[in-house]
Design a protein around this ligand. Structure first.
Ligand code: ADP
Length: 442
C-alpha cells in the first residue's frame, strides 16, 4: 500500500467522489420528479439543481484541498439544509411531501461525518429552526408546532448519539489496533532478548570450559617450552664447537624435536583461541573426524597425567548438520565430564575414554564412553535438565549437557546417556549426515 493510497490525499479523493455521486443523484432526482409529476415549477427545479451544484463545488474544493475534509461535512449539511428547506417551502411548507426529508438530514450527516459530531449537532439545530420557520410561515398552531419540533428533536438527538457511539467505536477500534501493535512489538523485543540470553548462555558455558582448561594449558605449554628452551641452548653450544658429521646429524634431530615442541604449543594456543572465540554458526556443517581430534587435543590439556582418550573413527564419515564449533563443544563437554567422573571414582583409577564414530542407517553416530563410576539411576532422568549438576559449586554449572542436547536437537539429532554394562557411562550422539554432492559421491 502506498502513502498515496492510504494517506490524506486518498481520503480527499474518496470524499470528492462521494460529493460528485450525491450531486449526480440530486440531478437524477430532477429528471425522475419531472417524469412523476408534470406540475413541477421552474423554482423547484432551480433549487434542486442549485443543491446539486453546491455538492459539485464542495467536491471540487475538497479534492483541491481548499477546505478540510471535516469542514466539508459541515458545508454539505448546510447546503442540504438550505436546499431541503427551500424545496419544502416551494411545495407546501409543513404539508409538503418533502417535509420528512428534514429529519433525514442529521441522520445522513451522522453517517457521512463519522469523525466529528459537530456538523450533526449544528445541522440538528438548523433543522429544528427550519421546522419552526416553515410551521410559523404556514400559521401552524403553537401546540402542533411544539409537538412537531419535539418529535424532530428526539430523532435529531438519536442521530447525535448515533454519531457519538460510532465515533467511540472507531476510537476503541483504533486503540485496540494500537495495543495489538504494541503487543507485537513487545513480543518481538522479548524474542530478541531471549535470543541474546541464549547466545550469552552459550558463551558462558564455552568460557567455563575454557576456564577448566586454562590450568592444564599452562602445564601443557610449559612442557614443550622447557625442552624447546634446553634444545636451543644445546644447539647454541653445538654451533660454537667444531662439529663432526655425527654432531650435525644429532643437531638436526634436536632441531626437529624443537620444531615439534613449537608446533605443539602453536596447536594448543590456536585450538584454545578458536574454541573461546565468540561467534554464531547456525546452518553450518561439521566434520566429525576433525571435531574429534580437536576436542581430544583440547581435552588432553585436562587429561594430562590422569589418563588417555582414544579415538576410533570409521573411514569416510560424512559431514553432519551440526556446525563445527558446536560439534567440538559437545564432544569436549562429554570428554571433560568423563574426566571429572573418573576423577571421582572409588577406587581411584587411570581415566580411559573411548570416542567412536561410525555411520549407522545413513546417520553419523558418535559415542563417548568412560571407565568412571557411571550415572546413578536417580541422576539419569535429570542429566539434561538445565542447571542440574552434582559437581561442587564453582566446578559445575549444570548447563553443559542441556546446551549440548539443545544444539543437537536443533540440528535434527539426538543425544542420550546410558550406563555401560561393564561400568562407566556412555553418551550416544546421533546426527543427520549432510548428503554428499552427486559429483563427490560418484
Ligand atoms: P556440569 O558438568 O556443569 O555438572 P553437565 O550438564 O555437563 O553440567 O552435567 C550434568 C551432570 O551430569 C554432572 O554434574 C554429572 O553428575 C552428570 N554426568 C555428566 N557426565 C557424566 C559421566 N560421564 N559420568 C557420570 N556422570 C556424568
Amino acid at each position: 500500500m502506498t502513502a498515496d493510497s492510504s494517506g490524506p490525499k486518498a481520503l480527499r479523493r474518496v470524499k470528492r467522489k462521494n460529493y460528485f455521486v450525491c450531486a449526480a443523484i440530486l440531478a437524477g432526482g430532477v429528471v425522475v420528479q419531472g417524469v412523476v409529476s408534470d406540475d413541477i415549477g421552474s423554482a423547484f427545479l432551480l433549487v434542486q439543481l442549485g443543491w446539486s451544484v453546491g455538492f459539485v463545488v464542495l467536491g471540487l474544493m475538497v479534492g483541491a484541498g481548499w477546505i478540510a475534509v471535516k469542514s466539508s461535512g459541515f458545508g454539505s449539511g448546510l447546503v442540504s439544509l438550505v436546499g431541503v428547506t427551500a424545496l419544502i417551502h416551494l411545495t407546501g411548507g409543513p404539508y409538503s411531501p418533502f417535509f420528512p426529508l428534514l429529519i433525514g438530514l442529521p441522520l445522513a450527516l451522522a453517517m457521512f461525518t463519522p469523525d466529528t459530531r459537530t456538523p450533526t449537532i449544528v445541522i440538528t439545530g438548523g433543522m429544528l429552526g427550519a421546522v419552526v420557520m416553515l410551521d410559523g410561515m404556514a400559521g401552524m398552531p403553537l401546540r402542533r408546532m411544539l409537538l412537531q419540533v419535539s418529535g424532530f428533536g428526539v430523532l435529531g438527538g438519536v442521530a447525535i448519539v448515533g454519531s457519538q457511539t460510532y465515533q467511540r467505536m472507531r476510537g476503541a477500534e483504533r486503540s485496540a489496533q494500537q495495543e495489538r501493535l504494541e503487543a507485537l512489538e513487545r513480543l518481538a523485543e522479548s524474542e530478541r532478548l531471549r535470543m541474546r540470553a541464549e547466545r550469552e548462555r552459550t558463551e558462558v558455558e564455552r568460557l567455563v570450559m575454557v576456564g577448566q582448561l586454562a590450568a592444564g594449558v599452562a602445564h601443557e605449554v610449559n612442557n614443550p617450552l622447557a625442552f624447546v628452551k634446553s634444545n636451543l641452548c644445546f644447539i647454541e653450544d653445538e654451533l660454537k664447537r667444531e662439529s663432526t658429521t655425527q654432531d650435525r646429524a644429532e643437531l638436526y634431530d634436536v632441531l626437529a624435536e624443537t620444531q615439534q615442541g613449537v608446533l605443539r604449543i602453536q596447536q594448543i594456543v590456536s585450538d584454545l583461541r578458536r574454541f573461546s572465540r565468540e561467534g554464531d554458526e547456525s546452518g553450518e556443517q561439521g566434520r566429525p573426524e576433525d571435531a574429534m581430534h580437536e576436542a581430544k587435543r583440547l581435552a588432553s590439556v585436562r587429561l594430562r597425567g590422569l589418563g588417555e582418550a582414544s579415538l576410533d573413527i570409521a573411514p569416510g564419515l560424512p559431514a553432519v548438520r551440526l556446525g563445527q564449533r558446536h560439534l567440538v563443544q559437545v564432544l569436549l563437554n562429554l570428554l571433560l565430564n568423563a574426566v571429572d567422573a573418573v576423577e571421582t571414582a572409588v577406587p581411584a583409577r587411570r581415566a580411559l575414554i573411548w570416542v567412536r564414530a561410525q555411520t549407522v542407517d545413513g546417520k553419523v553416530q558418535l559415542e563417548v564412553e568412560d571407565n568412571g563410576p557411571g550415572i546413578p539411576p536417580d541422576v539419569l532422568p535429570k542429566l539434561f535438565e538445565p542447571f542440574f549438576t552434582t559437581k561442587p559449586p564453582g566446578k559445575g554449572t549444570g548447563l553443559g549437557l542441556a546446551l549440548c542436547r539443545e544444539y543437537v536437537s536443533r540440528a535434527g539429532g539426538t543425544l542420550h546417556a546410558e550406563n555401560r554394562p561393564e561400568g562407566g557411562a556412555r553418551f550416544v550422539l546421533v546426527l543427520p549426515a549432510v548428503p554428499k554432492p552427486a559429483s563427490a559421491a560418484a
